[in-house]
Ligand binder design. Structure first.
Ligand SMILES: Nc1ncnc2c1ncn2[C@@H]1O[C@H](COP(=O)(O)OP(=O)(O)OP(=O)(O)O)[C@@H](O)[C@H]1O
Length: 341
């Protein structure tokens, strides 16, 4: 468990002061993948670098497994950092070392014997899917492979937590997904706590259990990914969610279908978690004498289940329409009947 309390960072330059992180408090559970999202300048990088004290906090505490790292001496901190793995947007590999030697580097620093090093590095190479690349140099690797080396190196000393600073931002979408899948599999295999910062909602949606949204150094919203996606509270969160599910807010496309006729309704159905797997439309079609016209829809998987939106036009006798909507509401799917404003 990681307990972050009243964490702040004020940068003081000659010309100005910048409150990069402003009194942030968060608890991150053992084994969870916790995402921090925000636009450029929100304070994400500073926040993640405060967790391993690459930046000195101006205020507050960071307790990792009951040890407050803000109170540690340089020596204690050096030891503790071996248990805090970190990966970076631009990989930060040692270019003159092979894949094997890059991964072995933190083990050398920790004075692990050569035999143990060899065993551990080989294990990690297999874990991250780089078998056969042991003797390659970073310049001979693709971006995704470089990040795999970064991940293996970060795991060398069996860390308690893995910090990911925009770890997929330099990668193409397909490679991003491969690296995210790798992070999920490592999280599950090792029960490793992962804290990642990103400006991409897709990353949060794909692998995080919980998310904090940062703006101007503050956490403006935090919660389970599915809850935050379904009911975003702050303006910033809404903008991020909209990136991922543009349909959610685009009722305008459907205006021509909305009419004041008694025998037709346009309905927005919101599926959350297991409900997304239920075949409600075919249930309705079998049960009621109505015609259903699917207008548009989308679905997005998250670590805690899928969520999706479907817009349908339902045509039928007024009374049967009412019964149909009552039935839909009873299935646990959120139902909104669209009207002209
Ligand atoms: N070393 C520094 N000295 C002074 N100001 C800094 C320093 N590092 C960051 N800042 C300022 O702190 C604020 C937060 O920066 P930070 O890099 O943490 O944000 P971010 O959300 O990670 O943005 P980005 O994604 O663009 O890196 C910004 O206004 C930035 O200019």
């Amino acid at each position: 468990m990681i307990r972050i309390k009243n964490l702040s960072k004020l940068y003081q330059t000659k010309k100005q002061q910048v409150q990069a992180v402003d009194n942030v408090s968060l608890n991150i559970e053992q084994g969870e993948i916790f995402g921090v999202i925000g636009y450029s300048g929100a304070g994400k990088s500073t926040f993640v670098r405060l967790i391993n004290r690459l930046e000195e906090p101006t205020n507050g505490s960071v307790v990792i497994h009951e040890k407050d790292i803000t109170k540690m001496s340089t020596n204690q901190l050096r030891k503790k950092r071996q248990k805090i793995g970190m990966i970076f947007q631009h990989f930060n590999l040692l270019w003159s070392r092979t894949v094997f030697d890059n991964i072995a580097f933190p083990l050398e620093i920790a004075s692990v014997s050569k035999t143990e090093q060899k065993k551990k590095v080989q294990e990690l190479i297999n874990l991250v899917g780089l078998a056969g690349k042991e003797n390659a140099y970073p310049s001979q690797l693709s971006g995704g492979q470089k990040q795999r080396v970064g991940i293996a190196r970060a795991l060398a000393n069996d860390p308690e937590v893995l910090l990911c600073d925009e770890a997929t931002s330099a990668l193409d979408p397909e490679t991003t997904d491969d690296i995210l899948d790798l992070l999920v599999s490592i999280n599950k295999k090792l029960n490793l706590t992962v804290i990642l910062i990103t400006h991409e909602m897709h990353v949060i949606q794909k692998i995080c259990h919980r998310v904090a949204v940062m703006e101007n150094g503050n956490v403006v919203e935090t919660g389970d990914v599915l809850d935050v996606f379904v009911k975003p509270q702050s303006k910033t969160t809404k903008r991020f969610v909209q990136q991922l599910n543009p349909l959610e807010y685009e009722k305008e496309n459907l205006v021509e279908f909305i009419n004041d006729k008694e025998d037709s309704e346009v309905v927005k159905l919101h599926f959350i978690g297991n409900n997304a797997k239920r075949a409600v439309i075919s249930e309705v079609a079998k049960k009621f004498d109505v015609e259903i016209n699917i207008l548009q829809g989308s679905i997005a998987p998250t670590q805690e289940g899928a969520y999706g939106t479907l817009y349908v036009e339902i045509n039928g006798d007024k009374k049967i329409l009412e019964e149909t909507i009552t039935f839909l509401e009873g299935t646990g799917v959120e139902v909104e009947v669209l009207r002209h404003v």
